[in-house]
Structure formats: C-alpha cells, structure tokens
Design a protein around this ligand. Structure first.
Ligand code: PLP
Length: 498
C-alpha cells in the first residue's frame, strides 16, 4: 500500500492581516479570509493548515479567535480534520469547467446567468420621477393624519397580548373567519355585492388579489382585455402571469365593450374598474355593464372587477358593484383597504364565485399559504365596533373638501389651460393638457420642483391623450392651492407644456 505524500503546508506568511479596529470580530475576519481563499481557488483542496497556535502568532492574535474560525470552517465543510495528522483544506470546489465557448450551442456559456424572460418588461420601464416623493399631488395617498391610530394600536395590542392558540398556527388560505364575515357584511350592505364569508379571501392588497386570480384563471398566452388608459399595476401582474394584453379603449361611459369584442371576442378575462375608471374617472354605464356580463356569459370569460376606491363618491351615493348584477358567477370582485385606511396595511380581498373557491384556495396555499392573522383580528374588531364606518364618514367629508379645493384652484389658476375630468369620485382627478403637450416632460419638470403629478400618457398602451393625474387625498387644502399655483408657473412659462 503506497502512502499518499503529505500535502504541502501553507506558505509561512498568509496573505491576510486582521484589522483590530474593524467592527467585524477577529474570528470572523480569519474565517472570511480562508473562505475567500478557498472559493477563489487560491487555496486548494489538500493544503495543510498551520496549527492554530502558530497561525495566531503569525497574524498577531491570540489562539482563541483562530480556534473559533477553524471550528466554523470545519463545521461548514471548508476544512477537514484528519485525526493525528492535522487540518486540511477540504475538496469542496467543483472541478473547473472545461467546456469551450460554442462547443455545445444549447448550453449556456460558462458563468452566464440565465434568467426568466417575463420580468424584462418590468425592468425596461422608463423612470417614473413623479413617484419620487410625497405631498401635492402624489396619487394613492389617503389622509393618514386622520386615521385613528390610538384605537388601532389598542386593537392590535388586544390580539397580540391575548392571542387564541388557533391564531398562532397555520390557518385557512382564505384568511381569518371573523374578518371575512365582517367584510362580507360590509360588501353586501355598502357595495351591493352578493356574497358570504366562505367566498371571501383576504389578500395582501388588491395587487395580490389580482395575482391569485390570474394564476387561478389565466394560462400563459391567453388574451386579457385591459382598459386603455388603465392601471399599470394590473397590467404588470397580468403580463407576469403570461397573459397577452388587449388594450380596450375607454370613454365617458367606461370600457368600450363593443371594441373589446371586436378586437378579441374570445379573451379569457377582462380587468375593469367599473365604479371609477382608473385613471379617467368615468363610471361604467348600466348598458355597458349588461353588455359586459352578457359577453362574459356567452364567451366564458372572467371579469376581474377592481373596486379600488368606490367608497368615495361626491354627487350621488356610491354606485353598486358590477358583481351584484352577475347571475352567472363570472365576476371576481377585488377590493382593498389601501384607500380607505392606508396602503401600508397591505390588506385587500377577493369575492370568489363559489365553485372557484377551492381552486383559488389551492393557488393561495401554494403562494404564501395564508395572510398574517393579527392585523385581520384587529380589523374584524375595527369593523364590528364601528371605527371603520366612522373613519369612512370622516374621510368622505375631508376628500369632498379637498376635491372642491383642487377643482376650484384649477378653474381659477389654469382656466383654458387644463380641462378637469373624473372629479365625481375617488381621490384623484385628471387635468387634461392641450393635444400638443408632452405630459411626461411636464411631470418630470414638476417632480424636479417637488410636485408629484402622473402623466396621463403613462397609463396608455395605445395612442395617448396628454394630461396630468392629480391625487388630492393626502393633500391639505392650503397645500393644494400653492401646488396648483406652482403648476401654473410651470405650464404658462414659455414652452411650459412641451
Ligand atoms: C386601479 C387600482 N387598483 C388597485 C389599487 C390599490 O392597490 P393595492 O390594494 O394593492 O394597494 C390602486 C392603487 O393605486 C389602483 O389605482
């Protein structure tokens, strides 16, 4: 039996030094130096390590951190100890690839990072400087300063302090039953939705609701109608599910159902904002509602009804949800608390046609299993004890006032320059610009001056109409007037809308 030659010992001086002033502990620095040397192939398998004592002396530290570093490297498998012989670098590195470039055309080049194609579109988006700050006229900002945080903190604490054992373990993919019951009751009474708690799924905002619906109903390559202009968040999630988006025009009666049917009669689904079209603000007319339901019934399509801010309607009571008109279980209703309460809560909900509940639940289970319980338990009480209804009443009054301030300021300061659209509901409106205006350039210049206005053209897939989408929910009336004055300076300067 031939004896294997002893591996070569480490060179007398190691090419690393420890830094005593570093916040990184000494043992960690030693560990890191060896790990890097091994993964960089500077230190090869079989190399013999010096004793911990001599290495400590070599680099000027006590033995203890060296021992700790060696123990870690042994535990992780970078070093191996041979009883009675010493410690050696283990054989952990894969053999260097010998494949030559182009040798096998189907194999990726060595080191190439092959990734999925779908996120490319998300990454290719143009910069959106108008999303860079808060204040006038940033979209999707509710009046958080009026939220009853003391009540909310007490409710969260109530459930955090005395949780039921069942609220601490894995639970139903649909969400916390008391909260779902409260949501179902609210939707029946206030939104005309026909539902029971067993059809409600609690989600992380309407964004996750849409993602679950897309995974449950849409296969890659299926066509899905989207409103044009429409909500980019919905388009992104549908595109990530592999849907082929079919832009369908919108007018003052909402989605032009007839053009959708003409363009893509066999689409699998449609994403629609019937109560308050995003961003133009129109309401889907009764005739179009019935036409859309009939198309869905006869073609077998699904209607994804995004009811994101329907609670706020200023000149009439809220418009009942499309779901309540549906006799064929074709509508998947999506709601959110991002507007009524605050977006960082990340709570939304789906109302699922009953026969599809097991399918949606299975998708959810494979996704994030179920939503966090504590905020749902607190929300169930928030609704049951009347805080939700009170907050809704209060914020309705606030937004009514802010909307009036914005409309008045635009009429006064920008008469003849902009036209106001979609101010009857919600927390934003559109100020259209002259046909020749370049709204993206305007919004970029506004953002550079701390004014957050979204260009209307950013909401279009097809030919766009220029304008600015202005949020007013989170903007105090005094700030609204100064904001509009700054906008006027910007727009009325020479070349201001170009
Ligand atoms: C059309 C539309 N749907 C949904 C949402 C809310 O999304 P989420 O509930 O995920 O916060 C928004 C927010 O801006 C929106 O504009």
């Amino acid at each position: 039996m031939s004896r294997r030659p002893l591996p070569e010992a480490l060179p007398g001086s190691l090419a690393f030094a420890v830094d005593r002033n570093s916040p990184t502990p000494l043992y960690r620095q030693i560990y890191q130096a060896f790990r890097d040397a091994i993964t960089d192939r500077r230190l090869r398998a079989g190399a013999r390590l010096p004793s911990t004592r001599s290495l400590g002396e070599e680099i000027g530290v006590s033995r203890l951190p060296v021992v700790e570093a060696f123990e870690q490297l042994l535990a992780e498998g970078y070093f191996e100890a041979r009883v009675g012989v010493g410690t050696f670098v283990a054989d952990v590195m894969p053999a260097p690839s010998t494949a030559r470039r182009g040798a096998a055309s189907s194999a990726p080049a060595p080191g190439r990072r092959v990734v999925a194609l779908r996120p490319r579109k998300l990454l290719a988006k143009k910069p959106e400087p108008w999303l860079g700050g808060r204040g006038a006229f940033r979209l999707s900002q509710p009046a958080v300063e009026h939220f009853p945080f003391t009540v909310w903190a007490a409710l969260l604490a109530r459930h955090a302090r005395n949780p039921k054992a069942s609220d601490l373990h894995y639970a139903d993919p649909l969400g916390h039953l008391p909260f779902r019951e409260a949501v179902a009751a609210y939707l029946r009474a206030s939104r005309g939705v026909r539902c029971e708690a067993d059809q409600i799924m609690v989600t992380s905002g309407s964004q996750q609701a849409l993602e679950i619906a897309a995974r449950a109903l849409v296969d890659p390559g299926d066509r899905v109608w989207v409103e044009d202009p429409g909500y980019a968040g919905a388009r992104d999630v549908l595109a990530m599910a592999g849907a082929r988006l079919v832009p369908v025009a919108v007018d003052e009666e909402g989605l032009r159902v007839a053009s959708g049917i003409a363009r893509s009669p066999k689409a699998r689904a449609v994403h629609v904002t019937p109560s308050h079209q995003y961003p133009l603000g129109s309401t889907l007319s009764a005739a179009r509602r019935l036409q859309l339901l009939e198309w869905a019934r006869s073609s077998g399509a699904w209607i994804l009804e995004d009811d994101y801010d329907s609670e706020y309607r200023y000149e009439s009571p809220p418009i009942a949800a499309l779901q309540g008109l549906d006799r064929d279980a074709r509508v998947v209703y999506i709601g959110t608390l991002s507007k009524i309460l605050f977006p960082a809560l990340r709570i939304g909900y789906l109302v699922i046609p009953r026969d599809l509940v097991p399918r949606f639940a299975a998708v959810r289970d494979a996704m994030d299993i179920f939503p966090a319980v504590n905020p749902q338990a607190a929300l169930a009480d928030f609704l049951a004890e009347g805080h939700f209804a009170r907050h809704l009443r209060r914020t309705r009054r606030i937004y009514l006032e802010r909307r009036a301030a914005l409309v008045e300021a635009l009429r006064h300061e920008l008469r003849g320059v902009v036209e106001v659209l979609g101010d009857r509901a919600g927390m934003h409106l559109v100020a259209t610009l002259p046909r020749t205006a370049r709204d993206r350039a305007v919004a970029e210049r506004a953002a550079a001056r701390g004014l957050w206005t979204m260009p209307l053209s950013a909401c279009y897939l097809g030919p766009a109409r220029p304008g600015l989408v202005l949020g007013y929910g989170g903007v105090a009336p005094s700030e609204i007037l100064t904001g509009v004055r700054r906008l006027r300076e910007l727009l009325t300067a020479p070349g201001g809308s170009r």
